[in-house]
Design a protein around this ligand. Structure first.
Ligand SMILES: [Zn+2]
Ligand SMILES: [Zn+2]
Length: 205
């Protein structure tokens, strides 16, 4: 079988893989941010685009907050005025969230297409790896030798993380006071992200 080509999605993914936290969460967040940026900078005066948005019923709380923080009063007046007149009830899925979900599915597909290539697997092992939700999503949509290997990497990582959390708890015993902390000192952060998704905003763990 021919090796899949390395395209734009691949290079964007490769950049994220060795970093802490979930690479797919990062790419999804970036796509959501870009969706709102393009909407406000390029499409806000386009009545057809706003009519399509009206069909969705509007944005979720997280993206409403992002729009408010961007502070574009004119664009927001056009957008929200339209949405109010549309009044779809109940609202459908948030369009910015949908853009993120599409980017996540593309990244998962790309990861599995390339996971058996040694440089990709090494970059993946160096970083935080998929959060539970994105791992589960990847497993459901692509069953292959690559997904089996990815699952094994994550199962091993999960055992390691659980052991580090236990080690941290054990070291709080007064009989072990004064012992230096290793990686178990930050295990709770990595465990939280493995379960709930996300990544450290300052790029470090
Ligand atoms: Zn994730
Ligand atoms: Zn949303």
């Amino acid at each position: 079988m021919a090796k899949p080509g390395r395209h734009l999605d691949f290079f964007a993914l490769m950049e994220e893989l060795p970093r802490p936290g979930c690479p797919v969460c990062r790419l999804a967040d970036r796509a959501e941010h870009r969706f709102l940026e393009v909407l406000f900078y390029e499409h806000i005066n386009d009545g057809h685009v706003r009519a399509r948005l009206r069909e969705t019923g509007g944005f979720c709380r997280r993206h409403t907050q992002a729009i408010l923080e961007a502070g574009d009063a004119l664009g927001s007046s056009l957008l929200f005025g339209d949405l109010l007149r549309g009044g779809k009830q109940p609202p459908g899925p948030c369009p910015a969230c949908q853009a993120g979900a599409e980017a996540a599915r593309r990244a998962e597909r790309c990861l599995l297409q390339h996971f058996l290539e040694p440089d990709v697997a090494a970059a993946y092992r160096a970083g935080g790896g998929l959060c539970r939700r994105h791992l589960d999503e990847a497993m459901r949509s692509h069953r292959s030798a690559a997904s089996q290997q990815l699952l094994e990497v994550e199962e091993q990582r999960t055992r390691q993380l659980a052991a580090e959390c236990a080690e941290f708890v054990a070291k709080t015993d007064y009989r072990r006071a004064g012992e230096p902390l290793g990686r178990e000192g930050t295990a709770w952060r990595r465990a939280a992200r493995k379960l709930g998704g996300g990544y450290p905003l300052d790029g470090a763990e």
